[in-house]
Design a protein around this ligand. Structure first.
Ligand SMILES: *Cc1c(COP(=O)(O)O)cnc(C)c1O
Length: 374
């Protein structure tokens, strides 16, 4: 990125989605799980990155996993011929023939969904691929182990192509191998003797619990270059790349006197005379209002040698703006490009400064922020 202005007619804010970073991260998943097929998880508008960018950047995946049947329909309209998994299955019985027409794979996680499938006669395709979900301890969705085998046999008898699936509750706790092992043992003993491919691992398991991958892995957050733990240092070894780069510009500069306060509530008091930059990005763009003083942003060309550098946020984030300390940034000026998060400021670092995780920030980028696919 050069020092030139973000080329937009309106406010200077832009989320750039780097499709090459998507490809790179998908390749990393392949290297970490070479024996498995990949469901690229793109729920929540591809974790805020937009479906179009995900389709372009992740086109070499084996399948896409998402929630809404309308999004599956969009993928088909855009020419996606690979597999699509509806991660929570169907929400209403009347979606069955649509799912059949679209050739979706279905998760079945409860008796209600199972009964819908038993009474359905697929017409377009000869049968659904079913990922039967087992609750091995997460206690959110899925059949308990003691009812799983019966559910499996009923769907199998109805002619569906069966797969086994579970989801880990603690795979992001890197040192808690025993709880992951425990869920995996329940899973393995329950499916013992039953045919069908398996699917267990989210990003955290792919990164840290690689004895638990299964035939289909389900990476989400790592495809976007962020950490399942919310801590950037935890994924440095995996060499993932940030896919979303959120940029804005400095739109004004304030000269403060020692003791002056900034913004709503006057949270920050200037310890000395100082310059403060006003950046066109606020919580209505998806930047976390809870960001603390010290949360980093990167300012292009700002230091005494004209190099980019990190400047800390000072004062509360407001709806459309945030304010940064320019004491170390003599070359920062109106129009300087600012990276809120991306490859210079990992989204997880912003998240840590705001008591959340990168997932939440990425998903919450507001619709008013324009997206550019690069
Ligand atoms: C969201 C989701 C994933 C992906 O999780 P990440 O932590 O983003 O890798 C995998 N499986 C299921 C069932 C999910 O809902």
């Amino acid at each position: 990125m050069t020092g030139s202005a973000i080329n937009l007619v309106n406010r200077p804010i832009l989320a750039s989605i780097h499709t090459q970073a998507f490809q790179h991260n998908l390749n990393r998943v392949r290297e970490l799980a070479p024996e498995s097929k990949i469901w690229a998880v793109i729920k929540a508008r591809a974790y805020g990155h937009c479906f179009e960018a995900a389709l372009q950047g992740l086109a070499s995946t084996d399948g896409f996993a998402l929630l809404d049947i309308e999004d599956a329909a969009w993928l088909r309209e855009r020419g996606w011929k690979g597999r699509i998994l509806l991660l929570e299955g169907l929400f209403h019985e009347n979606e069955l023939s649509r799912a059949d027409d679209l050739g979706c794979d279905l998760v079945v996680h409860c008796e209600t969904q199972l009964a819908w499938l038993e009474s359905f006669k697929p017409k377009t395709h000869n049968s659904f691929n079913v990922f039967l979900k087992m609750n091995t301890g997460m206690n959110r969705l899925g059949f308990k182990p003691d009812s799983y085998r019966v559910a499996f046999h009923r769907l199998h008898a109805a002619g569906y192509r069966m797969h086994h699936m579970t989801h880990f509750a603690n795979a992001d706790q890197i040192d808690r191998q025993p709880t992951v092992d425990g869920q995996q043992e329940i899973f393995n003993s329950t499916i013992s003797g039953l045919d069908g491919p398996t699917s267990l691992a989210n990003s955290a398991a792919i990164l840290w619990h690689r004895n638990a991958l299964g035939d289909w892995v389900r990476p989400g957050i790592m495809l976007y270059g962020a950490s399942p733990t919310g801590i950037h240092a935890d994924i440095e070894h995996a060499q993932l790349q940030a896919v979303m780069h959120l940029h804005s510009e400095i739109i004004d500069i304030q000269e403060l006197k020692q003791g002056d306060r900034i913004g709503y509530g006057g949270r920050y008091e200037a310890p000395q005379d100082m310059r403060v930059g006003v950046v066109a990005c606020g919580y209505a763009d998806g930047y976390p209002r809870h960001a603390k003083d010290g949360a980093p942003v990167w300012v292009n060309g700002a230091d005494q040698n004209g190099k980019g550098l990190i400047c800390p946020i000072v004062g509360r984030v407001s709806m459309d703006m945030l304010t940064i300390d320019l004491r170390n940034a003599p070359n920062a000026k109106i129009g300087s490009v600012v990276e809120l998060w991306g490859d210079r400021v990992p989204v997880d670092v912003v998240a840590q400064n705001s008591d959340t995780i990168g997932y939440e920030l990425l998903c919450a980028v507001a619709p008013r922020v324009p997206v550019a696919i690069k």
